[in-house]
Design a protein around this ligand. Structure first.
Ligand code: AHM
Ligand code: MG
Length: 327
């Protein structure tokens, strides 16, 4: 018998605890809608002549592209008025985002990178959206900075959307990691990857070896180990698009790493809305995310856009980094 066709809506409802209000379920559903809108725009971007720099600089000092701005706007506008959130944080905005007073507020905080890997847009390479969801610390308040500066361990859910040859929505609310593929003809996400787990034997490592001479000694030794020790031999794959590198390694086993180096002494990846949500997904898929010393989930950010070294993927490969960096 062939597998049943399960839409994301049906799956989310089936996962919802019996007496839950359904706020988290509908939040996921709205993010899936954002995914469809961003995917549509991403596919048409060259045609609409919207490629190129927007001319503004985001808080990281990086030039924003038009699609980043569009993706940020879609995430914000689909979520500010729903009464489910009390705050948001976006990579594209300096400060945390309160829910406008005209709308009622909810219990959740949404943190997101609306379009990660945007340096890849002009070359038609896969990009992604990353998100995480926290519960408010105080349901009587309207949302404060302390509701946003939280360690990944306190996430109630996280996920990503990958805009590749197909668009996928992958999420976990703590009960497995599940993946849905968009059927563009009917505009529905259908369950294609239930209960995703890192395979036992990894296949890939994903580092930017262009920076290898700038890495600390322990990191260089680990790279040598990766190239010589594992059996069967690992292959290198590096897209330079975090979601795409993470997704491939989740499916085939492997490690993604962005260590500290001269240009980015604390690494390049942001803790709150990139590393934390992916580390949450990794752990729920049997993997692990570390900054080289400790679990990424145990680090409480001091600031919204704090960077961290990241090593994430198959647990044994990530634990090995900690061994080398601790030497
Ligand atoms: P971004 O948030 O500006 O898109 O930067 C993050 C991206 C990641 O997706 C990717 O893994 C990394 O930067 C690639 O950086 P590099 O080109 O230095 O290897
Ligand atoms: Mg990013």
């Amino acid at each position: 018998m062939s597998n049943p066709l399960i839409t994301i809506e049906r799956f989310l409802l089936s996962q919802q605890p019996e007496n839950a209000k359904g706020d988290l379920t509908t939040l996921f559903y709205d993010i899936a809608l954002a995914a469809k809108m961003i995917a549509t725009q991403t596919r048409r971007s060259a045609l609409l002549d919207i490629l190129g720099y927007e001319g503004t600089t985001n808080v990281q000092g990086e030039r924003q592209r038009k699609l980043d701005v569009y993706a940020d706007d879609v995430m914000f506008k689909l979520n500010d008025h729903t009464g489910r959130l009390c705050a948001m944080v976006s990579e594209e905005r300096d400060d945390w985002i309160p829910i406008p007073e005209v709308y009622s507020k909810g219990h959740y905080i949404l943190v997101y990178d609306p379009l990660d890997g945007s340096s890849n847009i002009d070359t038609n390479v896969t990009i992604g959206t990353i998100f995480g969801v926290f519960h408010t610390l105080d349901i009587d308040q309207r949302g404060r900075i302390e509701d946003c500066l939280r360690p990944g361990r306190e996430l109630v859910a996280a996920g990503y959307i990958i805009y590749g040859t197909s668009t996928m929505f992958v999420y976990s609310a703590g009960q497995g990691v599940h993946g849905f593929t968009l059927d563009p003809e009917i505009g529905e996400f259908l369950l294609t990857h239930e209960n995703m787990r890192f395979p036992e034997k990894p296949a890939y490592y994903s580092f930017n070896f262009g920076a290898a001479l700038l890495w600390e000694k322990g990191m260089q030794k680990y790279a040598e180990w990766l190239q010589s020790a594992p059996e069967p031999r690992l292959s290198q794959r590096y897209i330079g698009s975090l979601v795409a590198d993470f997704h491939r390694n989740l499916l085939y086993g492997g490690i993604y790493g962005y260590p500290g180096e001269v240009k980015y002494p604390n690494g390049k990846i942001r803790l709150l809305y990139e590393a934390g949500p992916l580390a949450f997904l990794a752990e729920h898929a049997g993997g692990y995310g570390s900054n080289g010393v400790t679990s990424l989930l145990d680090i409480k950010p001091d600031s919204l856009h704090q960077r961290t070294p990241v090593f994430i993927g198959t647990r044994s490969l990530v634990e090995k980094v900690e061994e080398f960096l601790g030497k």
